[in-house]
Write a protein that binds this ligand. Structure first.
Ligand SMILES: C[S@@+](CC[C@H](N)C(=O)[O-])C[C@H]1O[C@@H](n2cnc3c(N)ncnc32)[C@H](O)[C@@H]1O
Length: 295
């Protein structure tokens, strides 16, 4: 999650007209290459008061959906270095860690092993693309976490990734996914005077991950709030929560978060506003919780 304007990474790109026809397989390779390269330093890339608040708000959105039964299998999709999956593992749940990047999985696995015998046998590591989770069975997981926007990173295959997430959930199971918000990228296009790029983004939701090295740029699918709701429904999931993350411009005003009193007050305001429909457009990310029906 490096320096993307309004997002976790390097940034939405432009020149979409030129890049309209792209090979999704090439995008997958670039995505994997980028994440393999940053895996070793990933944990140092998102530190400080803003990211602490961001991860805290993300976790608050996950916590109410964690099953009571410690035997329920959980999955961390696009696990990266394991931020969320390890937390669940430490609580005693069996957790499957999934990532496109072997180097990210290696980081997560080393941390899981360092937890010692208490969690032994509870962690499984699977290298897979969210758009093809054929290594995982139907109907298995009570909770699937997909944080840090791996569904967006699936680019043109994001709808397929969402269907795969739905397939591996047990009836009644919940997916909690963070995705990039299209509306957060609008200013960026205007600042660059890129009106065709903006038109293309609004038409397709697709942009480029602006890695510094061009060979690591891959397609990212952004969503407007109603688009992610619709895609969840089309994947057979019922949306039970949707909030902006964050809806206040906390990144720009991160210094305020460092002051304990101001920080707490701001987070209180953030929690109060983050589910208001009118505020969703301001958010850099959207966090959705969607349940697979029981019957
Ligand atoms: C921004 S990181 C987030 C890591 C972790 N979930 C977190 O929130 O700290 C995104 C992760 O998703 C993985 N990823 C991206 N696209 C993916 C895909 N199509 N399938 C599986 N993993 C993917 C990347 O390799 C990376 O580890």
């Amino acid at each position: 999650m490096a320096k993307r304007r309004g997002g976790h990474g390097p940034g939405p790109g432009h020149g979409h007209e030129k890049r309209e026809r792209r090979d999704p397989e090439k995008d997958r390779e670039r995505n994997e290459q980028f994440h393999d390269r940053v895996a070793g330093k990933y944990d140092t890339m998102y530190t400080g008061a803003y990211w602490d608040a961001y991860f805290h708000l993300s976790w608050e959105g996950i916590r109410p959906h964690i099953p009571q039964d410690l035997r329920a299998p959980l999955v961390d999709l696009g696990c990266g270095t394991g931020l969320y999956g390890l937390r669940l593992l430490k609580s005693g749940y069996p957790v499957t860690f999934v990532d496109l990047s072997q180097k990210m999985l290696d980081q997560a696995q080393a941390k899981a092993e360092a937890l010692g015998p208490r969690t032994q046998g509870l962690a499984t590591f699977v290298k897979a693309d969210l758009a093809d989770l054929s290594a995982l069975p139907d109907g298995r997981f009570a909770l699937a976490v997909a944080q840090g926007d791996p569904i967006s990173h699936a680019g043109e295959r994001a709808p397929r990734a969402l269907r795969e997430c739905a397939r591996i959930l047990a009836p009644g199971g919940v997916l909690i996914a963070s995705v990039d918000n299209t509306l957060a990228a609008v200013d960026h296009y205007l600042e660059d005077g890129d009106v065709p790029g903006l038109e293309s983004l609004l038409r397709s939701g697709l942009t480029d991950w602006l890695a510094h090295d061009e060979s690591e740029r891959f397609r990212v699918r952004m969503f407007r709030p109603d688009e992610i709701r619709t895609l969840c429904r089309e994947a057979g999931l019922e949306v039970i929560d949707l909030f902006g993350k964050p809806v206040l411009p906390l990144r720009r005003h991160a210094a305020l978060l460092e002051d304990e009193r101001a920080g707490e007050a701001l987070l209180k305001i953030e929690r109060r506003l983050c589910r208001e429909e009118a505020m969703l457009g301001r958010a850099s990310h959207l966090q959705v919780a969607a349940r697979k029906p029981l019957g």
